[in-house]
Design a protein around this ligand. Structure first.
Ligand SMILES: Cc1ncc(COP(=O)(O)O)c(C=O)c1O
Length: 398
């Protein structure tokens, strides 16, 4: 087995320099515990960036993956596929959506949604080139989704960017109303901007934006890549707002760590694609679908309620940090929570110190600590991790 130094040397030599990695290499995990090359144990409050919703080495998920791997990992979308057929039935049933398209990641799901929006209006013969997204949003790293992403730092170096995207300030309905015209095809929003600092959309903002879209024939798209699959305590984050989006996108938690994304659509949008319009080699392969079926079925059989309860509990714990003068805000929903810090303290520094103390936390934009643990995390693990955080904050002199 390689040690951390050897792994780092290979990484430095061979991997494109796209990530600023922490000085840790995990070897395995169990539930919400992670172990590194030195045998150190960590409590995982990051969930692999809101992905590992069932934790590590979940017995049912691992068994389903192994069983499917023995049968068939991949066959391509040229043929029918039982796990895919069952997953789509289970994923759509009980929702407002009628059809799904399966892919491999969040960016690819959003790319698919953008194409679906365009094809919808192409079919109708309407000239609607514009897609409105929010400033501070994050929709992925492909050239279209990085353009949809309302943050220059992600897209400026990649010009020329495709036309047709405009960005408006988040939670500012007047600005959105001003921008949404007869040339607008879609409004695409996150109900919580995860990457930008776990910023929830105001209830009125989403409700009004939805009503505006409906009144102007604009498709309403919610990027649920981070907020979907139970993360906020409901199956999809938009359910907190009582709206019925035309299209949503999913990824992250959907496969419990196995890469899979999805576009779900209703109404005319659900049937806008015809054979040949869109595709994928890997998307929805039997292995990924077998994994996602476990996640969907667990959520429908009690796990979703757990997220809401555990989210309340973690929020209660984190809210106690408000007593420190360098904590500006504690926010989020379910098990997607953020602690926003003042400029007196750097989030990356706290994340590093917590890792050294055996707790994995994520950063997010605007100097925020982001918490996205597994839905299976125990009370004891939450308590221990929060006690360590409280301790660190108490010893942080600013
Ligand atoms: C809201 C949202 N959309 C899209 C993406 C992109 O997903 P992926 O990294 O799987 O392409 C992310 C990733 O963080 C996200 O949070």
């Amino acid at each position: 087995m390689l040690d951390l130094r050897q792994i780092k040397e290979l990484d430095a030599k061979n991997y494109m320099h796209t990530f600023s990695r922490q000085n840790i290499c995990f070897t395995h995990g169990k539930g919400s515990k992670l172990y590194d090359t030195f045998g150190n144990e960590y409590i995982d409050l990051g969930g692999g960036i809101a992905v590992n919703c069932l934790g590590h080495d979940d017995a049912e998920l691992t068994a389903a993956i192994c069983e499917q791997a023995h049968k068939l990992i991949h066959s391509s979308n040229l043929y029918y596929n039982e796990p895919q057929a069952l997953l789509c039935e289970e994923l759509l049933s009980g929702t407002i959506f009628e059809r799904a398209f399966l892919c491999n990641s969040g960016a690819e799901a959003n790319e698919g949604a953008i194409k679906l929006v365009r094809k919808h209006f192409y079919n109708k013969g309407e000239n609607r080139p514009k897609i409105i997204t929010a400033k501070g949003s994050f929709h992925g790293r492909t050239i279209a989704t990085v353009t949809a992403t309302g943050q220059e730092k992600y897209n400026k170096p990649f010009a020329p960017l495709p036309p047709g995207f405009t960005h408006v300030p988040y939670n500012d309905f007047a600005a959105l109303k001003n921008e949404a015209d007869e040339h607008t095809a879609a409004i695409m929003l996150e109900v919580i901007q995860g990457e930008s600092g776990v910023l929830p959309a105001d209830y009125d903002y989403i409700v009004n934006a939805y009503a505006l879209a409906k009144s102007r024939g604009i498709l309403f798209v919610i990027d649920e890549v981070q907020t979907g699959m139970g993360r906020t305590g409901k199956m999809f984050g938009f359910e907190h707002y009582g709206i019925q989006p035309d299209i949503i996108t999913l990824a992250k938690g959907l496969g419990g760590g196995v890469p899979i994304g999805a576009v779900l659509a209703r109404g005319d949008a659900a049937t806008a694609f015809a054979p040949g319009d869109h595709g994928t080699t890997f998307g929805g392969n039997p292995l990924a679908c077998a994994a996602a079926r476990v996640v969907v079925n667990r959520l429908k059989n009690g796990l979703l309620e757990e997220v809401a309860k555990k989210g309340e509990y973690l929020l209660g714990k984190l809210s106690k940090l408000k007593k420190f003068n360098f904590v500006r805000d504690v926010r989020g929903k379910g098990l997607l929570l953020g602690v926003n810090l003042t400029e007196k303290v750097q989030n990356a520094e706290i994340v590093g110190k917590m890792a050294a103390n055996g707790v994995i936390i994520l950063t997010a934009g605007n100097n925020t600590l982001r918490f996205a643990p597994a839905y299976t995390i125990t009370k004891e693990e939450t308590d221990e991790a929060c006690n360590k955080l409280m301790d660190l904050f108490a010893h942080t002199n600013v």
